[in-house]
Each structure stands twice: as C-alpha cells, then as structure tokens.
Design a protein around this ligand. Structure first.
Ligand SMILES: C[S@@+](CC[C@H](N)C(=O)[O-])C[C@H]1O[C@@H](n2cnc3c(N)ncnc32)[C@H](O)[C@@H]1O
Length: 275
C-alpha cells in the first residue's frame, strides 16, 4: 500500500469535497424538476409524484384538483361519451373499464380521449352462474365477443391493456391512486356493482372520476326487458332491488360525493373523488 504526503492528502480531500458539492447540486436540480408545482397537481401527494417518476402513463394529471385544493366538479353530461371530453380537458392519462364486452364504449372513449396513455379493459368474458343479465351469454359466444373487442381496439396501439379476469382479481395489477378514470359496467346486481365501486375507489387518484353504466333499479330493467332479466339477484343468491342505482346511491352517500347522471339511456352515473 502507498503512503500519501500531507500536501497530496489535502489535494485529494479538496477534490472529494468538490465532487460531493457537484453531486448535491445535481440531486437538488433533479428533485426540483420532478416536483409538481404548488397548487394544481401538488394536492395529489407523493403517489402521483412516484407514478410520474416511474414514467408509467403519466398520472400527473394537472386538472384533477382545482388550485383551491377542491376537486373540480363535473359539468352536465348529456351522454356518457361526453366523459371522454372531460377526461381530455383535465389532462387525464389513465383509465379502466370494468366490463368491456365487445369494446364498443372502450373504443369510443379512446377515440375521444387522445391523451389517454393506458386504458385497462377488464372482463372475464365467461358465462357466470346466478346472473340474470342479457350480457351473460354462453362461453362459445363469449370467445367471439372477446375477439371482437380485441379487433375493435387494435388501432389504438399499446394504449389498451387487456385484463381477462374477474374485476376483483384485476385490482392486483393496478396500483393504488394510479387511475384518473374508472367506468363500472361489469355485474349489474347491487352486490357486484357495489363491490367494484369499493374495490376500485382506492385505485382512483384524488380528483379522478368514477362513473358507471345502467344507473337503474331492478324494477326498471325488468320492465324494459319484459321480465326476462332480474338484476335484483346477487351472485350469493341474495336479493337487492336497488341494483346499480341502489349501489351507486349508497356508495356516493358514504363517500360524501354528488352523483351526476347522464341524459342518455340507459343512464350512467359519475362522481369525482375528493382531493
Ligand atoms: C354490459 S357488458 C359491458 C359493456 C361495455 N362496458 C360497453 O358499454 O360497451 C358487461 C360485461 O361485464 C363482464 N363481467 C360481468 N361480471 C364481471 C366480473 N365480475 N368480472 C369481470 N367481468 C365481468 C361480462 O363478461 C360482460 O362482457
């Protein structure tokens, strides 16, 4: 091992200090570049910042929370496809649709939401027991519907991301507070709809939008379908006449949020997660 003279040791110490100072300045600069400005975006906290660092689909939607910290309220929504314009206007980037079927709404959303970077399409595409719903068709047909959905969204490159599984299982693949938007349209009985709202609320970032289709009761659906569909029946065999509407109203009351109902039919509901 060599021995250093005091002069050489002093020079080496100075060089080490210079190196430390440069590293510190670089770290500080990187920190400032990655931190959201105060006000819009900052209210969503560290998870949003982490999402941005990971570079996975943005997540740093600037328009989610107003400068006064409160979540931006929803405008009137004549039809459910108007949701896409709201998402685009708020700079949102990541969405999920629970219950996709043929991908008709999913394609419509991605077409009218050009800033969308990731759209999760969650569907089991499989016949279920204890489920009296027109969409609950046999498995041969489900396979064809799945192929149709894939073909319908093929033009959107790597934006669509298929999760062919139960909605309750797909939560494992979606980080908390990573979604700007979630559309609940899988099971239409009270229990299934309520479960999806509860499971996906933590996945939604503050200021994000949860919406869902078929804001109606089982009685309305029975009337529309001449009694051929019974949305009051839950998977566990229990009966809840409120169906999606009952679930959404209870859920919104528990979260202290206001429901906006679309003007088309069947109507959709939408709520904003508080900031
Ligand atoms: C009404 S369709 C969805 C329609 C679609 N959102 C649209 O507007 O174009 C409902 C779909 O949800 C799926 N589904 C029902 N319950 C589910 C569950 N628990 N997990 C995953 N998919 C489910 C069905 O396979 C069906 O394709």
């Amino acid at each position: 091992m060599g021995v250093m003279s005091p002069a050489a040791a002093g020079g080496a110490q100075q060089a080490a200090w210079r190196k430390a100072a440069i590293c510190g300045a670089l770290l500080l600069a990187v920190f400032y570049m990655l931190s959201p400005p105060s006000g819009a975006g900052a209210a969503s906290g560290s998870s949003s910042r982490l999402y941005r660092l990971a570079g996975g689909g943005g997540g740093g939607a600037g328009g989610a929370c107003g400068r006064g910290k409160g979540a931006l309220p929803l405008p009137a929504l004549p039809k459910r496809s108007d949701l896409a314009k709201v998402l685009e206007g708020r700079g949102f980037k990541v969405g999920a649709e629970l219950g996709v079927q043929r991908g008709i709404f999913a394609a419509d959303m991605m077409r009218n939401w050009p800033s969308c970077e990731k759209y999760y399409l969650v569907d089991i595409w499989m016949q279920q027991t204890n489920y009296s719903d027109g969409a609950n068709v046999g498995n041969n047909v489900q396979e064809r519907i799945y192929e149709e959905a894939k073909a319908r969204v093929a033009d959107f490159g790597d934006v669509p991301s298929f999760l062919r599984m139960f909605t309750s299982k797909a939560t494992a693949f979606i980080a908390d507070e990573s979604l700007d938007f979630v559309y609940v349209d899988a099971r239409h009985d009270y229990c299934g709809a309520k479960e999806d709202m509860e499971l996906y609320w933590p996945k939604l970032r503050p200021g994000g939008i949860m919406a869902g289709h078929d804001f109606v009761t089982a009685e309305t659906v029975s009337r529309w379908t001449n009694g051929t569909q019974d949305w009051s029946l839950c998977a566990d065999g229990t009966v809840h006449p409120g169906a999606v509407r009952g679930a959404a109203e209870e859920f919104a009351a528990a979260k202290g949020v206001t429901i906006t109902v679309t003007g088309d039919g069947p109507p959709s509901f939408a709520v904003v997660k508080p900031c």
